[in-house]
Structures are given as C-alpha cells and as structure tokens.
Design a protein. Structure first.
Length: 376
C-alpha cells in the first residue's frame, strides 16, 4: 500500500511539472467551465483550500515546534500551569473569524448561483425513466432526448459491438438540447416518475428533478461547444443510460435551428394527414427507440424475467384494441403512456403499428391516430 501511494505521489509530481496541455487528461482539480457559476464555484473552492492550507501550516508548525522544543530530553521537568484565559479566548475567536471568512463569500456565491432573475429564455426539463424531455415555452418547441442508438446497441449483452468503438459511448443522445451562447437561460427542472438529477459538470451545478416539484437554475454559456452530462441520481435499473448533451451555438445558429425544427414539425403534421404504413413504421421506429428500447431491447427480445419480449409475442400480435389499452393504461412496470401529454396520438399509433409489424411479427395492420384519440 505504501509503495502504491508513493507511485501515485510520483505521478502527481510529474504531472504538476508538465504543462497544462500534457496533464489535461489527468486533472487534479475541479474543472472550470464556460459559465459564471462554474468560475464562482471554482474561485470559492480554491479560496477555501488556501484557507485550509494556512490553518494546516499554523497547526502543524505549532505541533512540530512543541515536539522539538519541549521533548523530554530537553525539558525533563514539565510546566505546572493548566489554565490560560487569554489563550482560550484566542483559540475561540480565531475559528469564529475563519468561519465568518468562509461563510461570507460562500453566501454571496450561493445567492448569485440561485438568482434566476433577468433570464432571457426558459427551458423546462422533465426527467423520465430513462430519458429527458425538453420544452421551450416561448418557441413552442418540445422533444424527448434519449440515449443514442449506437450506444444502446453496444451496451446490450451479446451485441457483438465493442463499446470502445462507439464515439462518446453512453454520453451521446438522439436529440441534444440546443441553446444560444451569451444568453441567460433559466431551467425549470422536474420529473414525471421518480427522482432524477440534471447534471452537466461544465456548468458547475446540478439540480434534482423531483415529481410534483419544480427546481430552478440558470446558466449563461460563453463559448460554443458540446457539453455532456448524465442523470446524477440513482433513478432505476437503467440509470447509467440517461445522458445529457447540450449543444451551445451562436444566436444566429440557434435561430436557424428553431426555424428548422418548426419546419420539420410542420412536415410531421402533414404526414399525419397522409397516414400510411411507410410513414407509421418510420415514425414508430423513432418512438420505439426513444420510449421502449431500454426495456424491450432493440430487437424486441426483452429482458427475461423482467420485461417481456415483443418479438413473436401473442399479446403484441393479438387483438389490436387490447394492445392499445396496454400502451395507454400501462401494465406492471410499463408506464401509462396515455397519461403523458407530451406523447401524441400519432406517436402512439406509430409505435403500436411498428411493434405489430417489426421483429418478424408482420401482423400487417395500420393503427391510425384517430384510433388512439377515440380511446384516449
């Protein structure tokens, strides 16, 4: 153990002696992100560390001085005093001053971090098992963000895919959160089922997502880029497959993204008016990969003893009304998707059509959005 610790100390000293770029992959401190909150936290962190270093120098200095100058060989007769009012006052006042010196800047930083006033835009974040839902109230935009298909395939046993070959394994999503830089953004964070936590390390904070409760936070990103994070709360069996990806772009690029999203949304609405098997299967696959794949697997094989297989399932290929009821009302660990207003009738009709005609099922029927609306 001692030898191991000496090796670690040697590596640390070598890294410290190297340049910043050379030791970038071996950080020995918390990161400083492109946000004011991150710098505030880092600044107080370093201030507190140097206070602790000063205390350590004084305490160990006095201790070693006492050990050396009051050893038995030098002072065979110990002092007889046992009270000193002045000393007791000093070692009471000094810790109080230290605590005040830490509390004042900490309080100022916390007040700044929690102050969401003056936000230029708002984004509502809702946690689900195991995905995130993002809503831009001012823009009328909302969508789900789930683990990307490449990572989801590689994580499954027997997939034959080496996770090391997947870029950003378990840290990539199908639909990232897009935000403009140099804009104060207020986040309203909640959950729809269990407790989650929205955490992007570069922003310097995390917030719990609690059902029935709304937490608020803010960020102003100063540098364009892609910032990754994860759910930081143990939210269930697939907790580790709930990443967060925030794409920060210029304000012009953000406006272009909003226009593109609305155009694509209008096209999807137009598809609903021309509901065909091709449209339903394409859309159903997207919905399945967002909402169903974590439990029922990409190939519909399910998880034995936990989640039933859909491939060759007598239930999935049985009476369509029964399938619609199960999807809307839920069954066992499966949530009631009919109660989720963020999932449209068209999405539910598409995923039911997909399940009944994928994985070798080939029932051949087409479920329409009206079929869902009539029951929902």
């Amino acid at each position: 153990m001692i030898l191991h610790n000496l090796k670690r100390l040697f590596v640390f000293l070598v890294l410290v002696s190297l340049g910043e770029a050379a030791r970038a992959d071996y950080a020995v401190n918390i990161p400083v992100g492109p946000t004011e909150t991150s710098r505030l936290i880092y600044g107080f962190h370093m201030y507190a560390i140097w206070v602790c270093v000063g205390i350590a120098v004084v305490v160990f200095g006095v201790m070693f001085y006492s050990i050396i100058h009051h050893r038995k060989s030098k002072n065979p007769v110990p002092a007889t005093f046992h009270e000193n009012t002045t000393l007791e006052i000093v070692w009471t006042v000094i810790p109080v001053l230290i605590l005040i010196g830490l509390a004042v800047p900490a309080t100022k930083a916390l007040i700044k971090i929690e102050d969401t006033s003056g936000a230029e835009m708002t984004i509502k974040v809702t946690g689900y098992q195991w995905k995130w839902h993002y809503e831009y109230p001012e823009e009328g935009i909302q969508f789900f963000s789930s683990l990307d298909e490449a990572s989801n395939r590689a994580r499954q046993l027997g997939s034959g895919i080496d996770p090391e070959t997947v870029p950003h394994y378990l840290l990539e999503v199908d639909h990232p959160l897009v935000v403009p830089v140099n804009t104060k953004i207020r986040f309203l964070i909640t959950a729809a089922d269990v407790i989650h936590a929205w955490w992007v390390p570069a922003f310097g904070w995390k917030k719990d997502a609690i059902p029935g409760f709304m937490n608020a936070a803010w960020v102003e990103i100063e540098k364009p880029g892609v910032y990754r994070g994860q759910c930081a709360e143990l939210c269930g069996r697939d907790h580790g497959y709930m990443p967060i990806v925030v794409k920060a772009v210029t304000k012009d690029e953000y406006r272009a993204w909003v226009a593109q999203w609305k155009q694509e949304h209008a096209a999807r609405k137009a598809e609903e008016a021309q509901w065909t098997m091709e449209v339903a299967l394409k859309r159903g696959r997207e919905v399945y990969n967002t909402h169903c794949v974590s439990c029922h697997q990409v190939d519909g094989s399910g998880v034995p003893g936990t989640f039933p297989a859909l491939a060759g399932s007598a239930v999935a290929t049985g009476e369509v009304d029964r399938v619609i009821d199960i999807v809307l009302e839920g069954k066992g660990a499966m949530p009631a998707f009919g109660k989720d207003e963020n999932i449209s009738d068209a999405d539910l009709a598409a995923v039911i059509t997909y399940v009944r005609n994928a994985f070798g099922n080939q029932v051949g029927d087409l479920v329409k959005p009206d079929d869902i609306a009539d029951v929902r």
